[in-house]
Design a protein around this ligand. Sequence first.
Ligand code: IPE
Ligand code: IPE
Ligand code: MG
Length: 251
Amino acid sequence: MDLIAQIDKTKVPHHVAVIMDGNGRWAKQQGKPRVYGHKNGVKAVRETINAAGNVGVKALTLYAFSTENWNRPKAEVKTLMTLLLSSLKNEAKELIKNDIKLQIIGNQENLPKSVLKGLKKVIEDTKNNKSLTLTIALSYGSREEIVNAFKNISKKVVNKELRVEEIDENIINNHLYTFTLPDVDLMIRTSGEKRISNFLLWQIAYAELHFTNVLWPDFSKNDFYNAILEYQNRERRFGKTSEQIETTNEI
Ligand code: IPE
Ligand code: IPE
Ligand code: MG
């Protein structure tokens, strides 16, 4: 039976986040330079977006470039930025056709102007789309995001727009780059590494984590469906007991 047919459409995670890792190792296996891996990773991005759409995921967040990735060799950073821009331009029509809304999270100040301009156009062209929100984490670091939230909350307190007593989880949530998104339900990381690498630290508090050895350029729709199936076989307890979950029938 097709993997997709095994998925329970009533228990699909709302928000899936993906750490797309392993491009460099994939290229190395073929005796090619690292950027060859990045170029071949574009297809896996397309597969993932389509697979998410097929099963009814409402929010998909992809980690494309971390704040720490700025420390990579200049030529690799440049290729990644160019690749990002060209692939987004190529995909823009598909996003519109498939009712996908694009947004970005991260520190935009560091991004090349051309990249930002190209992105803003696609963001504008897709802003009313509803089926799926595709968020690209670009020049993103979770700690940087939290520092930014602290600063903005502090300013409001100083300006007396907010009282200290009012600061709660919702207020913090609303000051993160991801303020429009629900918590992450499922986080996937490819390439066999079992770490979070500064991605959505606050937002994954109760996410299910799925690690696969598949290197990013090889990641396919079926790999995505497998992650969803594994998620559906887990019991999310949110601190409660198994018995409590069974009686309330929560997922
Ligand atoms: C993921 O692949 C892409 C980015 C981080 C931009 P890597 O480039 O990290 O590939 P590996 O981990 O070195 O194999
Ligand atoms: C995490 O991958 C960042 C992205 C996938 C964009 P890295 O390859 O940069 O992470 P580390 O260095 O292995 O932790
Ligand atoms: Mg890596």
